[in-house]
Design a protein. Structure first.
Length: 260
């Protein structure tokens, strides 16, 4: 039974994995003209980083779609650290977004500064409060938020190159801020008895100059003009399989837009 994952175990795994090393253990192998997709993470944990279920769903659907996946995160400090067992800030702790994101990526991750359109056919941003805290200041500043300079560069570069951009949960606010006139969804525009607890985000999206499109949690919205694909995910209080299905719809449409 394996009880640790120290250097010796990692070396053994690399030998077992062959020339591709650990990458082949958690990234899809290239199959013909498969789409090369970048996934941008914002930490590890719903309240201060990437929502882990969303990241996993994105990766599962990309794997099923035959995509070649590479993961990135900005090499910056987190806004703060949340004790997820208490839902409160851990005042004495500080963490790095790239280091924390590496937990989800199983160590196979690079700084967002290295992400280029030349090496990828599409980019996807899972949600989680990290998108509103570490990739932007939306959690604090709302419509007056600023977007991390590397995130802004990536969004603008993929948009200019005509390559699809996928976003889910709260991360569509990034496209709303950076890409003028984009169409996105974060679900419904009314709370509806708590089913859509973050419905107010739709109003902020409109104030940013984007168009908000009301969609159910299992549906994705495709802005064909800007090649932006969004889905509500955990903006909705619902069963996990509905979140998974909605993210699957988003990933499927992103891959379709790559033409591969």
């Amino acid at each position: 039974m394996l009880t640790s994952c120290g250097p010796a175990l990692c070396s053994a795994l690399r030998r077992a994995a062959g020339p591709a090393g650990l990458a082949s253990l958690h990234c899809s192998a290239r199959r013909g003209r498969s789409a090369r997709v970048a996934v941008v993470l914002s930490g590890c944990g719903v309240y201060d980083g990437t929502e882990i279920h969303e990241a996993s769903a994105v990766l599962v659907h990309l794997s099923r779609g035959g995509a070649e996946v590479h993961m990135y995160a900005p090499d910056v400090p987190q806004m703060h650290v949340i004790d997820h067992s208490k839902g409160q800030p851990a005042e004495t702790e500080s963490r790095n977004v790239l280091v924390e994101s590496a937990r989800i990526a199983r160590g196979k991750i690079a700084s967002l500064a290295k992400l280029t359109t030349a090496d990828h056919d599409a980019v996807i941003f899972p949600g989680g409060f990290g998108a509103a805290k570490n990739l932007s200041t939306f959690a604090v500043d709302g419509k007056d938020c600023k977007v991390n300079k590397e995130v802004e560069r990536v969004l603008k570069d993929f948009h200019k190159a005509g390559k699809p951009i996928g976003l889910c949960c709260i991360s569509p606010v990034l496209a709303a801020k950076v890409l003028s006139g984009a169409e996105v969804t974060v679900g419904h525009e009314e709370e509806e008895g708590g089913k859509w607890p973050y419905a107010g985000t739709a109003g902020a999206i409109k104030e940013l100059g984007a168009k908000h499109c009301v969609k159910e949690v299992t549906i994705s919205h495709v802005d064909t003009k800007n090649k932006v694909v969004t889905t509500p995910a955990f903006m909705c209080e619902t069963e996990l399989h509905n979140i998974f299905d909605g993210i699957g719809a988003m990933v499927k449409n992103v891959l379709k837009l790559t033409g591969k």
